[in-house]
Design a protein around this ligand. Structure first.
Ligand code: FAD
Ligand code: NAP
Ligand code: SF4
Length: 675
């Protein structure tokens, strides 16, 4: 008897059956743009082997003006059909099903030729769009339909028509972006003409036995967005027009509410999809921050939807569904919703990967093979660098021993998990613990390793991490000065007024920790919604609370300082930096930049500004917390070198500058793949 009866139940679509209720949601990985179709095929085939019922590709443009970027993948030619058929054939061989997403970006298209219902520039694009005339609209519909017909020719099982997230079709639906007065604008009936026509004509062109998923924006999270009543009406029209399934879209890209970041509560928007249940007779899919089989099962059991869409969790673990079927849920590599290797890469023009699983989108390049002659491998340090190396070494057949001086594995991840909004890191460390047991890796905790303990191993890996950097501020040895480690380990009390020295990832996280005093809105959906100003779209257009965000008062008065004169948080994640900044701004954190740290005394932190050390200022503070970066902890590596014992040095012990768990894990996995 499975623990996931709803999740693993087949879904009969009439002309075809899906083997379970998991859809892999569309992700722009950048793979299609490599033009290496074997690589694209292997990415999807691996997930098909992992038993996901249906996958949706990244957004494929129906024409040049609608493509997200110049050079982005399109479906317009016979050559495109041939390329994509390599992917569909491989997926079908692996027993999977795949639909191609047709994405017309409208005013979000990054190029001067972008088009939209009205000539209103998006706040997240530098390009003002050209307003389409009626012929222009007809051309866009014809191109979308053509892309669907070609997708069928290429062997896809269906298409997803992207009607949400603020893209082209969504831009027609709301007055925020549609100011037309012809039959494509004005009344709601006119504004939804475009999606209905797109679906109706697509169905007519592809025939009855082809999946059409329509992705419908159920909560726009922008001013003048749709109401629930309008969403239901649109969904009913979309069903009549011939869609097979309705998928959920949450929030436009320009929305100022986080929708998928790690600080968003799990299943935060399932209640929004649920409002549609019972109003249409075709299956409805829910989405966003569903990342374990337990959560997915619960959402389905409660009747929030007929299926769940998970995208990033299938990057973290291609075999998510198979492991759920086999009762091995604890072995599923968790998506921690960090965006660091997926969306942040996409928005920086890099190929997608995954912090937790560096093989994601690198299936043909990072190959883990069994070794002919197993070696004994010692790994010092059970942070992410050491643990990922251990897992890959064990997978290859080596005999692995991991040492750590601490009483638990995880290294700095154990500090990260203390931060409000980073609760997912608990599951990340738990997963590593499960895998150590599962893979027969010997873990010796509470063991401070010295060089003489490492003789007799075939390979030695030093993953000893970092030391906090000493900023050398006069007075920093006073009783009112703490390091981030003291604070996060709860070793010393922190006063009400705090100056945080250093505004990198840790300075931001420590500030978040200090303003919350133990309570994390991520653990309470109503609190989180109030904090970000999210309301019920049945009552308020677009799901935006009229009173705006209503955060609780901060637990402390925090000043976050840096020496650089640039904007605070500029180097944080591309897709999450704004969230960290907004979250601290809501808690009245004072961002002070361009400082010189002059000295610390019992009154607080004395700073001056600029190269001329002007404007001496006292930041009054009861506690000063040092978050001034990190240096490699290399003493063991140096001792080994002095004794002539060969060792590989990885993670923070190798290079601390700009180190994060993504780099540590990638480096460890790649080293182990070569040993
Ligand atoms: P570490 O994690 O530092 O692990 C080193 C291990 O070696 C430790 O467990 C230590 O006890 C052990 N050790 C050292 N010397 C010895 C010895 N002689 N014998 C035995 N054991 C030894 N990164 C991200 O990517 N995303 C985030 O959101 C994020 N948030 C963070 C939040 C906070 C508050 C902190 C502190 C860090 C965060 N990081 C984040 C950074 C990330 O945790 C580190 O980059 C990563 O842990 C470095 O991995 P590592 O394995 O090299 O070192
Ligand atoms: P960091 O990002 O390098 O930031 C260090 C901060 O200290 C900077 O603001 C720097 O700014 C300041 N600083 C550097 N040298 C200083 C000195 N001598 N005196 C005073 N201030 C100094 O490092 P971190 O915050 O310690 O984070 C460590 C790593 O963990 C980072 O690489 C980060 O990527 C990772 N991390 C990631 C996340 C995440 O959410 N992705 C979260 C936490 C940590 P100025 O030089 O301008 O003063
Ligand atoms: Fe999830 Fe982070 Fe991996 Fe992206 S990089 S899939 S958010 S764990």
């Amino acid at each position: 008897m499975t623990r996931y009866p709803h999740l693993l139940a087949p879904l009969d679509l009439g002309f075809t059956t899906l083997k379970n209720r998991v859809l892999m949601g569309s992700m722009h990985t950048g793979l299609e743009e490599t033009r290496d179709w074997n690589r694209v095929a292997e990415f999807y085939a691996e997930r098909a082997r992992g038993e996901v019922a249906l996958m949706v590709t990244g957004g494929i443009g129906p024409n040049l003006e609608g493509s997200v970027l110049p050079g982005a993948a399109m479906m317009t030619t016979a050559q495109d059909v041939q390329n994509h058929s390599i992917v569909t054939a491989r997926v079908h061989e692996a027993g999977g099903k795949i639909a191609m997403q047709i994405l017309h970006a409208g005013r979000y298209a990054y190029g001067p030729k972008c088009v939209a219902p009205s000539a209103i520039k998006s706040p997240i694009s530098p390009f003002p769009p050209t307003e389409l005339d009626e012929d222009g609209i007809e051309k866009q519909i014809a191109d979308i339909v053509n892309a669907a017909v070609l997708a069928r020719e290429a062997g896809y099982d269906g298409v997803e028509i992207m009607g949400s997230e603020g893209y082209f079709i969504n831009q027609f639906i709301v007055t925020h972006t549609n100011r037309r007065s012809d039959r494509w604008g004005g009344s709601y009936e006119n504004r939804i003409r475009l999606p209905i026509e797109v679906v109706r004509r697509t169905r007519a062109a592809v025939g009855p036995d082809f999946i059409i998923i329509y992705r419908l924006s159920m909560i726009d999270l922008v001013p003048n967005g749709s109401t629930t009543e309008e969403v239901i009406r649109l969904a009913q029209e979309i069903e009549k027009a011939g869609a097979t399934i309705i998928n959920t879209g949450i929030g436009w890209h320009e929305a100022r509410v986080p929708t998928i970041a790690t600080s968003v509560p799990r299943r935060a928007f399932a209640w929004v999809t649920q409002k549609l249940m019972g109003h249409v007779s075709i299956p409805v899919i829910t989405s966003n921050r569903i990342n374990t089989p337990e959560v997915a099962e619960q959402v389905l059991a409660e009747g929030c939807a007929d299926m769940v869409s998970m995208a990033r969790p299938l990057l973290a673990d291609a075999h998510f569904v198979r492991k759920s079927i086999e009762g091995k849920a604890a072995q599923i590599a968790p998506c921690i919703a960090c965006n660091q290797a997926c969306l942040d890469h996409t928005f920086s023009g890099k190929l997608t990967s995954c912090l937790v699983n560096p093989r994601a989108c690198h299936e043909t390049e990072l190959v883990i093979e069994k070794v002919a002659t197993p070696k004994s491998v010692a790994i010092v340090g059970a942070g992410p660098a050491g643990l990922s190396t251990a897992m890959t070494c064990a997978e290859r057949g080596h005999k692995v021993t991991v040492f750590d001086k601490a009483g638990e594995i995880g290294g700095q991840l154990n500090m990260a998990k203390q931060i409000p909004g980073k609760e997912e890191f608990h599951g990340f460390v738990d997963w590593y613990r499960t895998m150590m047991d599962e893979m027969g890796i010997e873990v010796r905790l509470n063991t401070q390793v010295s060089a003489d303990m490492l003789t007799g191993f075939d390979e030695v890996i030093v993953a000893t991490g970092v030391l906090p950097r000493d900023p050398g501020i006069p007075g920093q040895d006073g009783p009112n000065v703490l390091s981030y480690i003291d604070v996060l380990a709860g070793r010393k009390p922190v006063g009400r007024r705090v100056a945080v020295v250093g505004a990198g990832g840790i300075g931001f996280d420590v500030s978040e920790f200090l303003v919350h005093e133990g309570h994390s809105p991520t653990e309470s959906l109503p609190d989180w919604m109030r904090e970000w100003g999210v309301a019920d779209p049945a009552a308020h257009r677009g799901g935006l609370a009229p009173e705006g965000p209503q955060p609780d008062a901060p637990a402390r008065q925090v000043t976050l300082l840096q020496r650089k004169a640039e904007k605070h948080g500029k180097r944080l994640g591309k897709t999450t930096g704004w969230i960290h900044r907004a979250a601290l701004a809501m808690k009245n954190v004072d961002f002070v930049g361009g400082v010189n740290y002059e000295r610390i005394d019992e009154k607080g932190l004395h700073v001056t500004f600029g190269a001329a050390r002007e404007n001496p200022t006292l930041i009054e503070a009861d506690t000063i917390v040092l978050c001034a970066g990190q240096e490699p902890l290399r003493s063991l590596a140096d001792d080994l070198a002095a004794r002539g014992i060969a060792a590989h040095v990885i993670g923070g012990a190798d290079v601390a500058s700009e180190l994060d768990a993504k780099r540590a894990i990638d480096q460890g996995t790649r080293l182990a793949a070569r040993l």
